[in-house]
Design a protein around this ligand. Sequence first.
Ligand code: ZN
Ligand code: ZN
Length: 374
Amino acid sequence: MTLPTSSPTTTTTSLYQLLVTGKLGFFFVLTISLTIVQLLILPSYKVDQQTNQVETACLAYPLTSLLTTYLPSSFLTIYDPTTDHAFNLMALGALSGYYIMSTFCTLLDLFAPVSWKTQEAKSYFTIREWCQAIVVSSLNILLCSWLVTLPTWWMHKHGTLRLFAESSSSSSSLTQFTAFWDWKVELPKQLFHIVFIDIWFFTTHRFIHVSRPINVYKWIHKFHHTFTAPCAPACMYAHPLEFCIGNVMGIILGPCITNCHPLTMCGWLTLSLVSTSSTHSGYWMLGAEGHDHHHEHFDYNYGTNVLMDRLFGTKFIGSEKHKRVVARKARKRREKVEEVGAKKSEVEKEEVEVVVETKSTRRRRIGLNDLNKK
Ligand SMILES: [Zn+2]
Ligand SMILES: [Zn+2]
């Protein structure tokens, strides 16, 4: 990627540098997530104050009635689609986050310049790979996720893991759904979710990279590493075991522990899926560089770039390998410049020879003309 030459006096250059180096990645991910919650999820989800059920006139109603009709009765004893609003909001957040970001990033893949990608031309899928990524991710999120979300929801309703609030309250009740959203209470809980997923994801991810004494990597995680330069739709391209334990459980255990407001749960699930799609998108501006380094160089960046990789010395930037990669790229760039320079001087030399030749020919001609005059 060509970065602009530094010019500290111009704020536009600094802003551009922040954009292209992905330093504003989390800000973009957060803005996209809040926009999805505010403009899409909340307007489409309304609850009847009298019955505590999803209103028949809202957009979410067909989905909840579909689930009520087709879910096995054993599922319905744990989760009631008409009254478990926190669960519904989390599901809507996760689905919107994944499908909106996949569509957005696929459109970028079609029309944006390759220099926007951290691995440039390598980071594009064939139509077959794209379909493969969408199908596997959809199977995981629509079918496999139930294996974890149902037991966790049961624990949440019974307050089994709850640490930060009274165990008698249930997040599915209308009282909690309509309770005032207090940022002073909810913000620390959201920060806890962010730190918790980093610890969970780092630990489980590190474990599935192990190849001895049991080759866990080969049996489970190699599947996700099929793509060394992933795209957003492939963020859930994973073995079901990895997806359920490493990804879904780490995301939903946080709200289960904090017993946060249903709106915080919705925001957290949307943020998680927008974030995982972005980190697999390959785009600098969406903060994909860190996880792209993991897919490209394998032994670095196991966590979500918050705390754990710094603590355990597995951060790619600043590592010996990173220094070698930077040196190799600089050497290649130098060689290319020298090659271009050599070609240029060769062309210039040829041009000079042509000019000299033309002049001497003219001189010879002039000499001949002089002789003719004589
Ligand atoms: Zn990995
Ligand atoms: Zn990945």
